[in-house]
Design a protein around this ligand. Sequence first.
Ligand code: ARG
Length: 461
Amino acid sequence: MSKLWGGRFTKETNKLVEELTASISFDQKLAHEDIEGSIAHVQMLGECNIISKEDADKIKQGLQKVKEKLENGELTYSVANEDIHMNIEKFLIDEIGPVGGKLHTGRSRNDQVATDMHLYLKNHTVEIISLVEAVQAAIIEQAEKNVDTIIPGYTHLQRAQPISFAHHLLAYFWMLERDKGRLLDSLERVNWLPLGAGALAGTTFPIDRERVAELLGFAHVYPNSMDAVSDRDFILEFLSTASILMMHISRLSEELVIWSSQEFQFVELDDSFCTGSSIMPQKKNPDVPELLRAKTGRVYGNLMGLLTVLKGLPLAYNKDMQEDKEGMFDTVETLEGSLQLLAPMIETMVVNVEKMRSAVNHDYSNATDIADYLVTKGLPFRDAHEVIGKTVLYAIEKKKFLLELSLEEYKQFHELFEDDIYEVLTPEHVVGARNSYGGTAPKQVKQQIILAKEALNNVKG
Ligand code: ARG
């Protein structure tokens, strides 16, 4: 089979070389974008009289036909045609004859592939943003039901202070909100059209790049042809943003694994998101959050992979750049898959309010509040901290929790203690007292939910 670039060659390509250099096994994922880009290009060629209107129409119809046939599975890609661009051009020529060869006028595969990648990432970034929003909506839904659910709050994974479970969940809402901001912002850089840059230096034909940008929905045209064909920042930026987003997904997943463990039993994940053990019939494993946690690794790997491919590349296009694709596809698919599972998993998880409550009743996480109590009565915080340290140590030795000490016992440590200490130490009071802006008091959390809903609706509107 003769190659589209075969003219200069006298020998057949070595089979292994063909396999090494071909990208069709993976870049066929760009078929849709490639055809879309070609249709806009040929439309412009016709409008600028670079080829006749008649030929342009024939090519457009041919491309439509190729698209249909691909969708119906009637065409088979060939490694000999190397990549998606040349496979589609071959299909086109098979479909409409030699006139199909006019499609590649005034362009190169270098600006073509860059255009395909921009189109692909633009569409998928928009899709990922809406999937992030679905997770945010699921978080808000659970948060609304759990404003008054009290759970231990941790630092160093040691009980620190009791908090509202809604407050804990909403922390993830804001992480995702920042991820969404980064994704939206990255669209600014994806929204540039490389096509018309040619191989690297522009083209001798009187093309209209603005027109192609308009047809494809790009806001800007790359002003430097060399930059246009060698820029992969837009992919790196996506991979960086994706890495941070995956890290957030992973942290939340880790919490789900911990919370659903026998030791915690704070939540129960729906059966449909868990799997069993082939040997231990009692087990219900949180495979989904475990895998989301693990898949973070491949996303980081894809970022490192592409950063490494690009460092040290001279301008302009180099074949190395073909290695930009698999990591990008893999990241898009990993993210989309993970987000699609996360939303319903959060929605359907059962919150074990009793277990959370009993955990809070059996710890010393209200100790800070005794200190604050003494401070309110006039003692300097440092002195109060010292008094409470001793009180807690005493309670631990007596195997009592702070609500179980008698007033006489309290008075041993400071005469400022009165009967009202018992009211101050209830978990409801401890949580409700943290009523500073952004704090965990139900009043603040309700306010936070209003803000979260506003943030969510803003982007959609
Ligand atoms: N398959 C190639 C890639 O993905 C397309 C560009 C090829 N350009 C070239 N000059 N060989 O990078």
